[in-house]
Design a binder for this molecule. Sequence first.
Ligand code: 5GP
Length: 179
Amino acid sequence: MHKDIEKILVDEQSVLERTKELANQINSDYAHVDNIMIVSILKGAFMFTSDLVKRLNVPHIVDFMALSTYGAESKASGEVRVIMDLRHPVQNQHVLIVEDILDTGLTLQFLERILQTRNVASLKKCVLAQKEGKENNLINIDYLGFTIPDVWVVGCGLDYADKHRTLPYIGELKPSVYL
Ligand code: 5GP
């Protein structure tokens, strides 16, 4: 275990097994569609997306979007900035958002609103981890990996100041690293 990690919340094996289960569920739910447009949110979702799409056997295209939240004040109002938009049009497409983690849930809600205005055929959400006991728990997530405690986590695409992103497990960061 890395020295900056307090404890491993979800180990590598469990991440991979759960990702396989989610992929199976997606394969079965979308068995009837021509194509899924996978909208992966950079940077955090890139590892989860990669593990997931390798196991999809329904036709799909992977596209990326980069979002950033403004400062703390703006975040409270749900203001999010699109840093990089999708390459592909999503009109009449079955869109599946793949996101790393839900904290307040504001980022995902913002993204949903944007994509809905583009007249998609359907819109679902696949999220690796959701922090428990937060307002985000009211958001309906179609495919959820894990519910985790409300702590700062890294690994599986999640970073702290761009570090620890590629750890293969979801680990709680030691508070001494960021306090
Ligand atoms: P929300 O809008 O749900 O409050 O925040 C979502 C975004 O904040 C996530 O996509 C992620 O980039 C970041 N985030 C929230 N909690 C954590 C965390 O524990 N670790 C990391 N690395 N990023 C987080």
